[in-house]
Write a protein that binds this ligand. Sequence first.
Ligand SMILES: [Zn+2]
Length: 691
Amino acid sequence: MPDAAEAGLPSLPQDNSFREARWSTPFGIPPFEQIAPEHYQPAFEAALAAHATEIDAIAAETAPATFANTVAAMERAGQALERVAGVFYNLTGSHTNPELQAIEREIGPKLARHGSAIYLNPQLWARISAVDAEAEGLGPEERRVLDRYRIRFRRAGATLEPDAKTRIAEIAARMSELGTKFSQNLLADESSFTLPLETEDDLAGLPPFLRAAARSAAEERGLEGHVITLSRSLIEPFLVFSTRRDLRERAYAAWTRRGENGGETDNRAIAAEIIQLRAERARLLGFDSFAHFALDDTMAASPDAATGLLRDVWTPARARAGDERDRLQAAIQDEGHNFTLQAHDWRHYAEKVRRAEHDLDESEIKAYLPLERMIQAAFDTASRLFGLTFEELADVPRYHPDVRVWRVGNPDGSEVGLFLGDYFARATKRSGAWMSAFRSQERLNGPITPIIVNVMNFAKAPEGESTLLSFDDARTLFHEFGHALHGLLSDVTYPLLSGTAVARDFVELPSQLYEHWLEQPEVLRTHARHHQTGEAMPDALLQKLLAARTFNQGFATVEYTASAIVDMTLHLSAEGEAGLDVPAFEAEALRRISMPAEIGMRHRTPHFAHIFSGDGYAAGYYSYLWSEVLDADAFDAFREAGDIFDPETAKRLRTFVYGAGNLRDPREAYTAFRGRMPSIEPLLKKRGLAA
Ligand SMILES: [Zn+2]
């Protein structure tokens, strides 16, 4: 147990607690309750200085460059910085405040300049280049790390002339500022909007769970009555159930105009500048466009390969969406209306048609998908596949009272790591769902077990009631837990290769593959149970749910693929013109692919955080579809084995995918698991788009 002086305040920044190898809290979990906003600035300063000293020493080393004195030394350096940034950036996403936001704006460019100073350091690059893998007889993991370092340095500009390097560093610092501003603007637009539902008439059509969630959202904001916010878990069901077309239109307009409302929080000029800077950086590095630069280090390897896949899916998806639209329009006519279906009507009439065609009711399903049972379902699946155990911990620090913590163990009782679940939407959290690490697995600095978090945005049920998930919500929970397992099961020596540090069009394989288990009757029969009676989901309902799986997939595929195509188109433009009119560019890109007018993009450009909050998914939103080709094919391996928990297949999956981090090139990793590369057919079949 920690003693008060060690873990306590106000000594945290002064004694450099961030620098210790491990916090003296249980499991070395960050002492959240004792970290105050004012601690970050000095902790960052100290950690940056410490890292810079370590790097300078590595670069100034006079002995011949070896893997140990160069690459391994770099892998050992910067631990304090990892720890400070790990805590800080997790909280700015999931539980931020104006103080943290101010630090975020200031520290981002400093971190960018720090990174540039390392990657553009000529002495350091000379030493990394000089390491001789053959002469040293390095093993496969060491060779992979060395290779990845060289790729990273080259992509960061290590081989450029001094002038170009200076410009690259300026761009990196400016990009960091812009990315932070983009996210903060988006959060401001999302948390400032509420649609008040004041009368019974305003609540027309809303089932009890949604009324309760709208009530909770109002309470959280200190408001009376009910409100709809722009959290996906509120707005999507509102668009499904509300019979008030005027309110659906208002809510939809606000939702799709995030980042585009003029004034302080407008993201259009920011997006344009980011696009321009990315294009300039790509040119400096010798690439035709940012898309060419980004794709160069992926499994797809070229924009052509990625756009080829998007095109292969777009045509059948668009045709399918056309059929869906006709059915929805007919449903409008059947109700005696004569208006033309619009984007804010789609979800509402899709639900009606689904009910009519599949006799399936969203609120009936939700009653069998309480959050607690779905968490257990995700855990149980991991137990059956990988033998993991989960024990909830009561007395450990947490950054918000809603956060839950589990110790994850192996069958022999040894510790795999910690898993944090942060499930509910709140005004201090950005939208979406994600996995992140407070600490990543590695062995170089002693056996380090990971601390992984899943962050969701489910609408919290009122006190004393069960939070009920939609099937989509449950799928998101499984998706993020798949990412969590990728972090938890990681079994590598070097931090650089740990967990999810893989090509980004491979990183969605572990997450999307995991979703398949949720859809198995065997899993649903065990875990989908009524929140009040505990009874299993009736078989008839289960069959209907599974039969309706490909319902509305034209819509889902079109809204996603449109965003992926716009992302790629924005980043293929070689010039990266100044002052790009982002919405006009988007409209033109959509016109060229004949985007159906009744379907909105899943993410419009001014709020497309995936591609503008950082470089993570820039020219990379296609990755979900790319990974889906893999996951659809990968799950077939279990089907072919005749057992969805087949131990042999699960073992290969753990060795080559979930546990392997970035030990291998993604094509090699997939082939090692499956014996061959995948084809697109299982994906088309899964989405109901096969000819
Ligand atoms: Zn994901």
